[in-house]
Design a binder for this molecule. Structure first.
Ligand code: PHE
Ligand code: ZN
Length: 886
């Protein structure tokens, strides 16, 4: 978080050490005079002793690299030198009654490249305070359990910043001297300072009026760079859908007169839920057909909803301390996933979410950076905004709901809102509501928050042809993770179906059903280490479809034959498991090929599999987006994860290529016919059905080209030249980028010239090139860091180029020379001097280094050691490097 000032690593913070503050803050009055290099901030805090704190204790406020100008207590000036350092303000003997502390600080937003606190993005003043950025604005009790009512006055030059925004409702505007003006904002809802926000700039906007269920009129506005207003309409629509959805599904209304969103181009994360004033990375707001892909649209819909949903799960009810981060994040991700599922195809949404969980969270959970969903210690909180806290946190809510059922889930949520509104809560508080609504002890379930590692569930079945019974045995095992050798079994919902040889569903009948939910919904609870279920009236040997909808966030170990998998691919009524069967078949083939290639033998292929895949694609009508998911074979990273140890990324690459090439050749005609059939002249619309058709069509082209380079390249070029939307353009360019022809370089060049003024499009161009699986890609990426469009201070550029190379090009990142590792480590060090959070995120690309085969493992370790040996390191980067080396 803070720059390289302190040499000693900060000591770890522990959940067990939590105690309330000794003082409370009731109100905060802030007065900002914005200036590019010398902004003045006056803060007046109304404080009082906390009855739950220690009487007479000193008052210690946090500061982050602050320059204090003056301070007073109840209007009596304090001796600055005696009370303040850049990192702390201490009052040794504060009054034991309410008192007022006033402090003035001076900030230089122009030189703030960390993008935490007050900074400038393209000339716009903006703030980012989560987790501990507010202390870089003024001295404060910078922790989420200190909740206060904020009033903010912002003053600036009228021509530089005609727009002045902060949290809450607008109160007053006026002029303040020649060429200057001000605005006053008041937020009546007490909040922690991490939700504070301020924006000042010369921005364009669009607005709408929204009427809540109970009749409150809310003015919605989205502010963007001038001239890009027309690109904000999809975000606005998404916001309105999200507001309606939260009323309809959770009974939650919005609670202020205005809701403002501001899009900025320099932002470390996706977006931020500041009360009444969300600030977004502009890539999650701006979209028109010519600039954004269907995937961009889907992300916009979900991030806009996510930040809006935080208004209740995060803002009205916030976290007691940062260990409880999943209280707001896991729950809000679960809510946004369900929202997107309702807007689009539920099955595809689930598949997309599970793909993301497996790609980002499973490797984290299986490596040296593994941590509990609720960690019990941290050195740098910024490094805990992880896939584990967010995505696994969401899976826990989903499993809770599957275990207690819809009604108890919603009754529990209603209790939670009622009981903890306006408070800072814990996971125990949250779970207590569901224990009450379901009448169930959730003590064992709470272990999901306290144990790292992905559970493995073994499944085996036995059919008794005399008794016509089928016995299904489940057992669970959680491998040890750093610092946690012993694991307890976790209660988990396993959704099960039985499929007959004719493809039909067999009803689930037990002798002694344990609860009605099992028979009605097929959701079985595995609570202890193992469980055996006996189904009766099973006429023929069935195939068990287990963990339907991915009901439990586990790794399933089930020995299915190739025929079983083909049956599930063709007939499973659960689309998730239908997709999973195809993935499992392909995975099995490619893992076999990986071993063969390492042994100098031929890769494996299965015509049956390819033909079954073609059948699935051709049955696309009900859900083309689902068919497109079927066509997307497991990634190299998926395979590396499944292989687990002694990973050879080059063999994996070749194995995957062999299967794709084989499928593309065998299915040439069918893929091409489907590609032609899916052609559409309708004007672009980002809706799920149209997006699904485009996704499937592009997937056909991609597979076709894998098996037919010359012809594939021609078709892709034609699509590239005639595309009227970015989805089809990128689909074509992506195919071209994988075929080493002169056409590729020309197309890349053409694309660059067409879009060089659009940083968000250039990001796509960066990522595409960074992921070319060819030996000279590293040289290409190095060249690209020198082009004008690349800027190490802009997080989106770094993620698009370096992040894509490190995370989505396993062949080149893991090159046997070690150059890929060195390059990424060097860039992380370089980024560290500018934005430590970006640097730390880059370095986490090394999280699976221990799974690599010996030589690569050594080289990766050397690169990590080199980072640790650097003379200046931020706490963020040091923490990741140290934990990665373990
Ligand atoms: N709280 C933000 C979100 O949910 C993420 C974020 C964290 C943004 C820290 C900025 C800084 O989505
Ligand atoms: Zn969030």
């Amino acid at each position: 978080m803070s720059a390289h000032s302190d040499s000693a690593a900060p000591s770890p913070v522990r959940l067990a050490d939590y105690r309330p503050t000794d003082y409370l803050i009731d109100t905060v009055d802030l007065d900002f005079r914005l200036d590019a290099t010398a902004t003045r901030v006056v803060s007046r805090l109304r404080l009082r002793p906390n009855p739950a704190g220690r009487a007479g204790a000193p008052l210690v406020l946090d500061g982050g690299d602050l320059k204090p100008l003056r301070a007073s207590l109840d209007n009596l000036p304090l001796d600055l030198a005696a009370v303040a350092t850049p990192h702390r303000l201490t009052i040794a003997n504060p009054p034991q009654r309410p008192f007022t502390l006033e402090v003035e600080t001076e900030l230089d937003p122009s030189s703030n490249t960390q993008l935490e606190g007050l900074y400038r993005s393209n000339g716009t003043f903006c703030t980012q305070c989560e987790a501990e950025g507010f202390r870089r604005i003024t001295y404060y009790l910078d922790r989420p359990d200190v909740m206060a009512v904020f009033t903010t006055r912002v003053e600036a030059a009228k021509d530089e910043a005609p727009i002045l925004l902060s949290n809450g409702n607008p109160v007053e505007t006026g002029s303040s001297g020649p060429g200057r003006h001000y605005a006053i904002w008041h937020d009546p809802h007490p909040k922690p300072c991490y939700l504070f926000a301020l924006v000042g700039g010369d921005l364009g906007w669009i607005e709408e009026e929204f009427t809540t269920g109970s009749g409150r009129k809310v003015k919605l506005a989205i502010y963007v760079e001038k001239g890009k207003e027309h690109r904000a309409h999809y975000a606005m629509e998404s916001l309105i859908h999200a507001m309606r959805w939260d009323e309809f599904v959770y009974g939650r209304e919005y609670d202020l007169d205005v809701f403002n969103i501001v899009a900025v181009s320099d932002f470390t994360m996706g977006a931020m839920e500041n009360k009444g004033l969300n600030i977004f990375n502009d890539k999650y707001i701006l979209a028109i057909a010519e600039t954004a892909t269907d995937a961009d649209y889907a992300h916009i819909e979900s991030v806009v909803a996510h930040e809006y949903f935080h208004n209740w799960t995060g803002n009205r009810i916030t976290c007691r301390d940062w260990f409880q981060l999943c209280l707001k994040e896991g729950l809000t991700v679960y809510r946004d996933q369900e929202f997107s599922g309702d807007q689009r195809s539920r099955a595809v949404q689930r598949i997309t979410d599970v793909r993301a969980l497996r790609a980002a969270q499973f490797p984290e959970d299986a490596g040296p950076l593994a941590h509990n969903v609720r960690p019990d210690t941290y050195r740098e909180i910024n490094n805990f905004y992880t896939a584990t806290v967010y995505e696994k946190g969401a899976e826990i809510i989903r499993m809770l709901r599957a275990l207690i059922g819809h009604d108890a889930y919603h009754a529990g949520m209603a209790l939670y809102f009622e009981r903890f509104d306006g408070k800072a809560a814990t996971i125990e508080d949250f779970l207590s509501c569901f224990a009450e609504s379901s009448g169930r002890d959730l003590g064992d379930f709470a272990q999901w928050y306290a144990q790292a590692g992905t559970p493995r569930v073994k499944v085996s079945g036995a059919y008794d042809s005399e008794a016509k019974t089928y016995q299904l045995s489940l057992s669970q095992h959680i491998p040890p993770t750093p610092g946690q050798a012993e694991k307890k079994p976790l209660p988990m919902p396993i959704r099960i179906g039985l499929i007959g040889r004719d493809g039909g569903e067999i009803p689930l009948v037990q002798d002694h059903a344990q609860n009605w939910r099992e028979e009605k919904f097929g959701v079985f609870e595995l609570a202890g280490p193992e469980r055996t279920i006996v189904f009766k009236n099973v006429p023929t040997p069935p195939v068990a479809s287990v963990n339907r909808r991915f009901s439990a966030a586990v790794i399933l170990e089930q020995q299915l034959s190739e025929d079983d998998l083909l049956l599930l691919m063709a007939h499973d009524s659960d689309p998730f498991n239908k997709w999973q069967a195809a993935q499992s078949f392909a995975t099995r083939l490619m893992i076999r090929s990986t071993a063969a290639i390492r042994a100098g033998e031929m890769p494996a292929f299965s015509e049956k599999f390819a033909l079954a895949l073609a059948d699935a694609l051709e049955h696309y009508e009900t859900d083309p987006a689902f068919a497109a998911q079927m066509a997307a074979l497991p990634t190299e990273n998926d395979l590396a994860r499944d292989i687990g140890t002694d990973v050879d990324p080059e063999a994996i690459f070749l194995a995957r290529k062999a299967l794709r090439d084989g499928v593309g050749q065998l299915l040439s005609h069918r893929l091409l016919a489907l590609y032609d059939k899916l052609q559409s002249d309708a004007p672009y619309s980002p809706d799920a059905a149209s997006a699904g058709r485009r996704a499937l069509r592009n997937a056909c082209l991609d597979l076709y080209a894998a098996g037919n380079h010359a012809d594939g390249s021609e078709i892709a070029l034609a699509q590239f030249q005639h595309a009227t939307n970015m989805t089809d353009k990128m689909g074509a360019l992506s195919v071209l980028s994988r075929l080493p022809t002169p056409t590729r370089e020309k197309a890349l060049e053409f694309f660059y010239r067409a879009h060089c003024d659009e940083p968000l499009i250039i990001d796509k161009w960066f990522s595409l090139q960074a992921t070319i699986p060819e030996p000279d890609t590293l040289a290409r990426v190095k060249r690209l860091t020198k082009v004008h469009a690349f800027n190490i201070a802009t997080p989106n550029r770094v993620y698009a180029l370096i992040g894509a190379f490190a995370n989505a090009n396993p062949l080149c990142f893991n090159d046997l020379s070690g150059d890929g590792y060195q390059f990424v480590a060097d860039l992380a060090l370089q980024a560290d001097g500018v934005n430590p959070q970006v640097a730390a995120r880059l370095l986490s690309a090394f999280r699976s280094w221990r799974n690599l085969e010996a030589r690569r493992g050594e080289l990766a370790e050397q690169a990590l050691r080199k980072v640790l040996d650097a003379s200046k390191l931020s706490p963020d980067l040091r923490d990741i490097a140290q934990r990665a080396l373990g």
